[in-house]
Design a protein around this ligand. Structure first.
Ligand SMILES: O=c1ccn([C@H]2C[C@H](O)[C@@H](COP(=O)(O)OP(=O)(O)OP(=O)(O)O)O2)c(=O)[nH]1
Length: 143
């Protein structure tokens, strides 16, 4: 099954290529930006999308992003809602600069995938949970 994503480009960055099933899709900075240590900046990614019905998108840094630019994604795991699909809804990566660095337009600073939206859930309060208690963090040991 191939899902269609409508994409609008907000600048003349390189276009997203067709990707293989399972791959995350790299996203590019839409601007040249000189960042200073300690600075926070929303970096525009130059794209807006209409995702398939029932899907959202998740944006994370690439594995090499911190090593290359010294930036951290401040929300750690970006959630692009399906409804974020208006004509002005450009995707951004919120970043914190740990050092002075230069990001160039078209640099591939993060990646995304689409994922099914969480189904509707309801919460039912109970007095006890019937499964075996596992213990606290780290209680299963290290070996
Ligand atoms: O890394 C991100 C995270 C979010 N967004 C956009 C898409 C998303 O749909 C919108 C709102 O994000 P979110 O719901 O996480 O933000 P919020 O802080 O809860 O604000 P809001 O009141 O707009 O929901 O911002 C991005 O461009 N990049």
């Amino acid at each position: 099954m191939t899902l269609e994503i409508k994409v609008k480009y907000f600048s003349d960055i390189e276009k997203i290529q067709k990707i293989n099933k399972g791959d995350w899709i790299d996203l590019r900075s839409a601007i040249d930006y000189v960042g200073s240590a300690g600075e926070y900046k929303m970096i525009p990614l130059g794209v807006g999308m209409k995702l398939p019905d029932g899907y959202e998108a998740n944006v994370v840094p690439r594995s090499s992003t911190f090593k290359t630019w010294g930036i951290l994604q401040t929300n750690h795991f970006g959630v692009i809602d399906n409804s974020y699909s208006g004509n002005d809804d450009q995707w951004h990566m919120p970043v914190y600069f740990t050092r002075d660095t230069v990001i160039k337009k078209n640099d591939r600073i993060c990646q995304f995938r689409i994922t099914e939206i969480q189904p509707e859930v309801k919460f039912t309060e109970v007095d006890r949970l019937d499964e075996v208690s596992r213990g606290g963090f780290g209680s299963t040991g290290i070996s």
